[in-house]
Design a binder for this molecule. Structure first.
Ligand SMILES: Cc1ncc(COP(=O)(O)O)c(C=O)c1O
Length: 409
């Protein structure tokens, strides 16, 4: 009787423990997703949306905080969209995977005519659907720090671990190198994120490095996600898809060189086999905004007419920033020249917190970004500044930045 009673108690305890354990696991899983997605509002604002709305609504604000491009002075893109609006064809749904004409123009732009493509609502959607399809719960994903943290957030929803490799040092050239990849990968590494050029530092990959990454991907049966959002600003660009077509995914955006960030349009390019899987994960099953697609077609068709001017202005703006930075003691550009339309200014030695510098400049109507936005480890060291803005606006920054350092030191 005594023994029988003990068994009952033990069974009851075991069952209660199991239920308790199950509840904790479910709660933690929920907490993991919501915590990761949570964005913090900058000081003085109710929410991130409140902050962005305030910056957006201020017509005098100089927009150097989101790597957007404000140099399109001609009307090719806007005229095409106006024509599309006037046709009132927006009452129809567009083809779900994008207009074939636009798909072909993108593939031609990249020299990847043999690959398959989906038009998406921006590089962001491309990143999310690809990561969600490729990564399984036991996989790890390799990214770098500094980097574009939204990718880490997406990957953390689907994988077991994000291996964010520190690259803020001269030894690796401020980028994730094949050597670093080999050191940190293992049998569970499924996806490697190469942002090329890198947001926020503007470092880009050489042909040899891309070839080496391609080899690693093929030999280890993993995927390289090549985010080429800034490729047209770079002095040289080498597509991993040309070296490892079956182990690469290319993420394309119209937000930067094409100056179409608000239109939310991009693409994903990979093999037909992988596109078949990604297609099933698409949320926008009824297609991407057709006015944006009309603009994107015009953007690619007119590209030869504006690309040189925009790239040259961006580069000359970068030189002006360099001249200004060189005159200020204790600060430096982290990687110069940047191959993107943004760079990072290291201010650690001044003792100034990038958050204070960002706030000071915001008061002067210049929108830049604190390092924390693109780095968990090194965010206290730098301010990110993008410079595809008209020269008169850049000059305001050049005037105000030294004053800000002087004032806050
Ligand atoms: C590396 C990188 N990928 C993707 C994006 C987002 O692209 P899209 O505006 O096309 O969603 C950004 C935006 O800043 C970026 O820096």
């Amino acid at each position: 009787m005594y023994i029988h009673y003990n068994y009952q108690v033990i069974n009851l305890l075991l069952i209660t423990n199991l239920i308790f354990f199950f509840i904790i696991v479910v709660l933690m899983a929920k907490l993991k997703k919501t915590n990761k997605a949570k964005k913090v509002a900058p000081e003085g604002y109710e929410s991130p949306n409140d902050f962005f709305n305030s910056v957006f609504s201020d017509k005098k604000m100089i927009w150097m905080g989101q790597n957007t491009n404000h140099l399109h002075s001609d009307d090719f893109i806007s005229n095409a969209m106006i024509k599309c609006v006037e046709s009132k064809e927006y009452c129809k749904y567009p083809p779900p995977e994008g207009f074939p004409h636009l798909q072909n123009l993108i593939l031609k732009d990249l020299g990847l005519e043999d690959m398959d493509i989906l038009i998406t609502a921006g590089g962001t959607e491309s990143l999310y659907v690809c990561i969600s399809e490729i990564v399984e719960p036991h996989h790890n994903v390799i990214t770098c720090d500094p980097g574009y943290l939204i990718i880490d957030e997406f990957a953390s929803r689907f994988s077991n671990e994000i291996r964010s490799i520190p690259i803020y040092n001269e030894e690796c050239g401020y980028k994730l190198t094949p050597k670093l990849l080999k050191k940190h990968m293992d049998d569970n590494t499924r996806l490697v994120i190469l942002i090329d050029p890198l947001n926020p530092l503007g470092t880009a990959y050489t042909k040899e490095e891309i070839e080496e990454f391609a080899l690693i991907a093929e030999e280890n049966d993993l995927y390289i996600l090549h985010d080429i959002t800034y490729k047209d600003f770079a002095r040289n660009h080498f597509s991993i898809a040309k070296y490892a077509p079956n182990h690469s995914i290319t993420i394309f955006s119209f937000s930067k060189i094409f100056g179409m960030a608000g239109l939310r349009i991009g693409a994903v390019i990979t093999t037909s086999e992988l596109i078949d899987c990604v297609r099933s994960a698409l949320i926008n099953d009824l297609g991407t905004n057709l006015i944006a697609q009309a603009g994107a077609i015009a953007a690619l068709e007119s590209k030869p007419k504006w690309i040189d001017r925009i790239v040259n202005t961006t580069r000359s703006n970068q030189r002006l920033i360099k001249e200004m930075v060189d005159k200020i003691p204790d600060i430096s550009i982290v990687a110069y020249p940047s191959d993107g339309n943004m760079l990072a200014i290291d201010i650690e030695k001044t003792g100034i917190n990038p958050v204070d510098l960002e706030s000071y400049l915001l008061e002067k109507k210049i929108f830049t970004r604190r390092g924390k936005y693109t780095s968990k480890r090194f965010g206290d060291k730098y301010l990110r500044v993008s410079f595809s803005v008209p020269e008169n606006q850049l000059k305001v920054f050049i005037d105000e930045f030294p004053k800000a350092i002087e004032e806050l030191r």
